[in-house]
Every structure is written in C-alpha cells, then in structure tokens.
Design a protein around this ligand. Structure first.
Ligand code: C2E
Ligand code: MG
Ligand code: MG
Length: 480
C-alpha cells in the first residue's frame, strides 16, 4: 500500500489508519481535501503530518507519542531516528530551485524505501526527516541506520545529466532506554544528530548520557555568552607582535576573554567553538572588531606609536555577505585608518568556492585592510593556489614552533613556510615562541616578527599601553 511518489504517500498509523505526510508548501491531494473540508480536521486527528518548523513539531511529537504508547502496551522498544541531509543548503544553492526540489523528492523516495510499512516517516523542516519504528530486539536498532546510510551510496541522477552525491547524518534515541516521553526522545535524538553532524557528518550516532551532559554544558555556555554580550562581560586582551631585530612592538593581536562573574576569566578556547556552532560568534566578532578599532584609535590619539591591530574573523563572519560593509562602517565609526587593521582568517576558510573566496578577499583588501592566514600549516590548503589569494601575511602555527628545537619535521615545515612567505612577498609571523632557542631559530631563518610568551602574554588594555609607551621590550634574542 505504498505509492511511489515520495511526499504525499500514505503511511499507516499504529492503529491502522493512514497517515498522509505532506510537505509544508504542498496542497492536500483532492480526495483528502474533501475529507478535510479545508478546516484542518485531518491534521487535528493526526492523520496529516504537515511538517514544518523543526523537530519540536507538535504533530511529529504526537506521532511518536502514539508509537511509544503502543510499544509500551506491547512491551516493545521504539527507535526514534532523525535524519539530516548533509550540507543540503549549499547543495541546493548550487543546483538551483527546480533541481533541488527534484533532488529532495528523490531523497524522500529513497528514504521511504528504507522503512517498513509499519514504520512512520515524516519530513520535518527543510532537509530533516524523522523515522519511528518498533524494535523486535535491541540488535534491530542498527539495521535501519545501516540501511539508510547504504541508500546514499548511490548518487542521485537528476535527469539533466547531473549526478549529485549526497550524504546524511543520523541521530537516534530508544524508548525506553533513553527516555519515556516523546518530547524527550526527540530531544535526545537531536542531541545525537548534532553529535553526528559535528563529528564530521555522514555517520549515525546513538544517544548516550555522556552526550546529554555535553549538550547541557553547551547550552549553559550558550546562554552564558548571551548574558555576557548583554551585560558587557567580554574583554579584549592584546598580545604584542615583536620585531626581533628592533625589539619594538610591531603589531598586536586582539584576543577575546569572557569575564564571567562566577567562573572568572574564561578562555576563548572554552566558548568560541560553541559560539561558532550557535552563530553567536557573529555578535562576538563584531564587538571585538569595534572594541579593538576604538582602542587602537584612542592609543593613537593619546600619542602612542601606532601599530597594526589584528582581529580574528570566524568563517561565519567571513562568509556573511554583509561583512565588508560592516568592516567599513566600523572603521568609519571609530575613525581608525584601514592601514592599521589586519583581519586573521584561518586556512580552513580557503576551501570551497575559490572564486567566491578570492572575491570576498579582494573586496576586503579594497577597503585598505590587511589579511593574514592564521594557524598556517595545520590545514590542507594547496600551495599551488595560495598565490591566488590576495593575502598579506602568513602566521606559522604554534604547533610547529613549540617543538622546533627537537622535531626535525616541524623545523623543516617552519623553515619552508618562512621561505615560501619570502618567495610570495608575504609578511611572516611566528606564533607561540616561549623560549630563547625558538626565537633564535626564527631570527636566524629570516622570520623577524614574533608573537609569543617569550616576549609577552596577551595583556589587558592598560598594560599593553605601558608596553607601547616604553617602546622597546626588554628581552632580545641575545639576552640570557
Ligand atoms: P589564535 O588566533 O591562533 O591566537 C593565538 C593564541 O595563541 C592565543 O590564545 C594566544 O594567547 C596563544 N599564544 C600566543 N603565544 C603563545 C605562547 O607562547 N605559548 C602558548 N602556549 N600560547 C600562546 P587564546 O587567546 O587562548 O585564543 C585562542 C584562540 O581563540 C585564538 O587562536 C582564536 O582562534 C580564538 N579567538 C580568540 N579571540 C577571538 C575572537 O575575537 N574571534 C574569533 N573568531 N576567535 C578568537
Ligand atoms: Mg589569530
Ligand atoms: Mg594562531
């Protein structure tokens, strides 16, 4: 009793009544319209799953609730599984509207073929689906995810000679092991899904309690960041970049800190990754940019020697089409000349649509700011196209500097990056030099700009101002 046309196919509810799954922008089929009389009665009775608005969809929950109740009576377990199509947004941007609608329909059909008639399948928002199935035994639970993953092994042929490779991520929870209520089962399945997506996608993940603890931590940090933004709990610390030859401050990097009333000073390593996932990084990044430019301008106005300030930019900010005008408006508002601002992006942002990335970089360079590649050497960017990017600076990753004295491979990489920077006419900065041997090595091999604990840790604004006022730093490669 399964029709072949994907969405709109009738499924059976556990009580035997048909369930009609309808995409949110789709009209009801004629025979249903008659029965529904246009007043949503079918939906009320759980017969039509008009799915929209995320996993919290009330009807989806009801549907799972029904399956759970039935399983409880039968003494059976239930698998709740969420499926998300990896990078569907990007794929459909490339394909265009018609082809991506076709693709989604083919995906829906293929997913439906993975389910037995007794299982329920619902399309949730855009590229998410939910499966609910009764399990005969616990071993049963891996059959469905395996089957679904296998269904994506083949590419999708879109007719026009286009073959599209698509993968998906799955998150699952089980009644009664992981939760007793439908909403908790869905929540736990989406925690598992999130886990699958953030550990590289194209995999499935079952919920675990440890995962739950991590999800709670993530939520706590997330609401903490919102509060920090609202209450002004963020700080910028400034770490100098020193010119080894002159021992003068040649620049600075702005590094965000969170002054939490309970936790104290929180490291960006503990909240930036979470801010990136949740999107809050855009607000944080904007604030750091504005604060740093304003501070740099105040120092200049106070007569301190001007130095170039570097601000970290996350992938999300960089890709936002409003980023260039935002940088321009911050410069205009704070009165800082663009030559005193450098933006640090990471090597991983060089992947993807090279043409679009180069365009974005050129737009940024046209505003007059400099561009550096942070943590260079840790990504996999191809050296052959590095020269296509209009960048000004490479920052050698700390990992290579940390053991440069006793790891011949890292020594070789550091030397190669310095050589390449000279060849491409780029400035090169070494990050993380802590001891004299590292500074000497860098100096000897032609890297004259160093940012590291050897000279200074990141400092609050007042302390950095004293450093600027003094002009010279005390330590030099020749010093003991
Ligand atoms: P990053 O941009 O690579 O910044 C350099 C990090 O290396 C800083 O860590 C700095 O304190 C640390 N460092 C510098 N010299 C030494 C050294 O000699 N030894 C050691 N052990 N560490 C050294 P921090 O401040 O904890 O920042 C960590 C990362 O957080 C940054 O790495 C950056 O990726 C991110 N981050 C910090 N502030 C921002 C921000 O405003 N926006 C964004 N998007 N990311 C930020
Ligand atoms: Mg940086
Ligand atoms: Mg770095």
């Amino acid at each position: 009793d399964r029709q072949a046309d994907g969405i709109g196919v009738a499924e059976r509810l556990p009580d035997g009544a048909p369930l009609h799954v309808v995409a949110d922008d789709e009209a009801l089929p004629a025979e249903l319209l008659a029965e529904d009389a246009g007043d949503g009665r079918l939906r009320e009775r759980g017969r039509v799953l008009r799915v929209q608005g995320g996993v919290e969809d009330v009807r989806g929950e009801d549907r799972i609730g029904q399956a759970v109740n039935q399983a409880r009576r039968a003494g059976k377990a239930v698998l709740v599984m969420l499926v998300s199509i990896d990078r569907f947004g990007e794929i459909s941007d490339v394909l265009g509207e018609a082809a991506s609608a076709q693709l989604m329909q083919d995906i829906t059909t293929r997913l439906r073929m993975c389910a037995r008639t007794s299982d329920a399948v619902a399309r949730l928002d855009g590229d998410r689906f939910a499966f609910v199935m009764q399990l005969a035994s616990a071993d049963d639970s891996v059959l469905l995810p395996e089957k679904i993953m296998a269904a994506f092994d083949r590419t999708f042929e879109l007719g026009t000679g286009r073959d599209v490779a698509v993968s998906c991520s799955l998150g699952a929870s089980i009644f009664p092991d992981d939760a007793a209520a439908a909403d908790a089962l869905i929540k736990n399945a989406s925690i598992a899904l999130h886990h699958a997506e953030s550990s590289g996608a194209n995999r499935y993940q079952f919920f675990s309690n440890e995962m739950n603890a991590r999800a709670r931590h993530r939520l706590e940090i997330e609401s903490g960041i919102r509060r920090a933004l609202a209450n002004g709990e963020l700080r910028v610390y400034y770490q100098p970049k020193i010119n080894v030859s002159t021992r003068q401050v040649a620049g600075l990097e702005a590094l965000v800190r969170w002054q939490d009333p309970d936790r104290g000073l929180v490291s960006p390593l503990d909240f930036i990754p979470i801010a990136e996932e949740s999107g809050l990084i855009e607000q944080i990044g904007h604030w750091v940019l504005e604060e740093t430019c304003a501070q740099a301008r105040r120092w200049q106005a106070a007569g301190l020697p001007p130095v170039r300030a570097s601000v970290n930019v996350s992938a999300r900010q960089f890709r936002n089409c409003n980023f260039v005008p935002l940088v321009e408006s911050v410069l205009a508002r704070t009165g800082l000349e663009p030559e005193w601002l450098e933006l640090e992006i990471t090597e991983s942002m060089l992947m993807g649509d090279i043409g679009a990335i180069v365009n974005r970089m050129q737009d940024l360079r046209r505003t007059g700011v400099s561009l550096s590649i942070d943590d260079f050497g840790t990504g996999y960017s191809s050296l052959s196209y590095l020269s296509r990017f209009p960048i000004t600076t490479l920052k050698i990753d700390r990992a290579f500097i940390a053991d440069v004295q006793d790891n011949p491979q890292h020594e070789e990489i550091a030397r190669a990056i310095i050589g390449m920077s000279h060849g491409l006419n780029l400035e090169v900065v070494a990050e993380g030099a802590e001891v004299k041997e590292q500074v000497d090595f860098l100096h000897t091999h032609g890297c004259h700009l160093i940012q590291g604990y050897y000279y200074s840790r990141p400092l609050p604004a007042e302390d950095f101002a004293s450093l600027l006022r003094n002009g010279l730093v005390e330590r030099s490669p020749a010093a003991k």
